[in-house]
Design a protein around this ligand. Structure first.
Ligand code: SAM
Length: 272
């Protein structure tokens, strides 16, 4: 996360270590660097010691080598999601024209921003139901549009049938398992960012059900899921008339379902 940072104040390191921060030295250095000549340090330290995620205290998270602005309560982009971005960039490179990309359930907008930063000309739309996430995404999505609302309800109707890449990291934690998550997530990320319903796949089913109305012919839906939920996520896509394929899990357990919209050749390959 850090480049070359100054030696941190040992008292700050000690306080962080006592609070259970594993990377206390690195965290101390980052907090000091971010704290405007030390003026904000006491408040930032208090927030961190009370269990707020480091990224929310700093006001940014590193994602795909970018600094993504982050505001309190908004989901902290996870390292594992970088795999979904990598896959999206690969798919974009096979298209003739710059892609229309939708980052649905966008949180900070990290996924869409990372793809757009690697794929020149991307027409980016990001959307989220949480007003705090939408406000945060608007700080990050400077070359695209951010919409607020429930899944596809948020999108301009002019995007119907035109989306090349529909990128989704929706909540997928089963409701009953939220209590098992680390306190940093449970207490400092909004519940709506975590709760995937009874089996964790409820939002995936809704995303899959609506996808074909929005995808361009041959367009791809990429959904981050988990090793255990991948089959159900893929089945939801197939039930919605898409052709699904599971990528992963990788070393970090990250799994992505890619679901492609028809029309199809008889061989099952796409028309473009
Ligand atoms: C797990 S977070 C992921 C955020 C972001 N995609 C990322 O990877 O950092 C899920 C996001 O989905 C949003 N969300 C939950 N339900 C939604 C819905 N019905 N419509 C739109 N967004 C929703 C939450 O507000 C949250 O920002």
């Amino acid at each position: 996360m850090a480049g070359s940072l100054a030696e941190p104040d040992p008292a700050v390191v000690t306080a962080l270590r006592a609070a259970g921060c594993v990377y206390a030295e690195q965290e101390a250095a980052l907090l000091e660097e971010e704290s405007r000549d030390g003026r904000d340090l006491p408040l930032m330290l208090t927030r961190r010691l009370s269990g707020e995620p480091l990224e929310q205290v700093l006001g940014w998270a590193e994602f795909c080598g970018l600094r993504i602005k982050l505001t309190p309560g908004v989901f902290v982009p996870r390292k594992r999601t970088e795999e979904l971005v990598e896959l999206a960039v690969k798919l974009a490179s096979t298209l003739e024209d710059p892609p229309v990309v939708v980052d649905l359930c966008c949180g900070t907008g990290a996924i869409g921003v990372a793809v757009a930063s690697s794929v020149p000309g991307t027409a980016l739309h990001a959307a989220d139901i949480d007003p705090d996430a939408v406000a945060c995404a608007r700080l990050n999505v400077t070359g695209g549009q951010v919409h607020e609302g429930d899944l596809y309800d948020a999108l301009p109707t002019g995007l119907r049938g035109r989306v090349d890449l529909l990128l989704v990291n929706a909540p997928y934690v089963p409701t009953d398992e939220i209590r098992l998550m680390p306190a940093e997530a449970r207490q400092h990320e909004h519940h709506v960012a975590l709760d995937g319903g009874v089996d964790g796949v409820e939002i995936h089913r809704r995303v899959a059900a609506g996808a074909s109305q929005w995808l361009a012919p041959g367009g791809s839906l990429l959904i981050e899921t988990s090793r255990h939920q991948a089959t159900d996520t893929a089945l939801a896509c197939e039930a919605a008339g898409l052709q699904a394929e599971v990528f992963g899990p990788d070393d970090q357990g990250m799994t992505v379902v890619r679901a492609i919209s028809g029309p199809w050749h008889s061989s099952g390959t796409m028309t473009r």
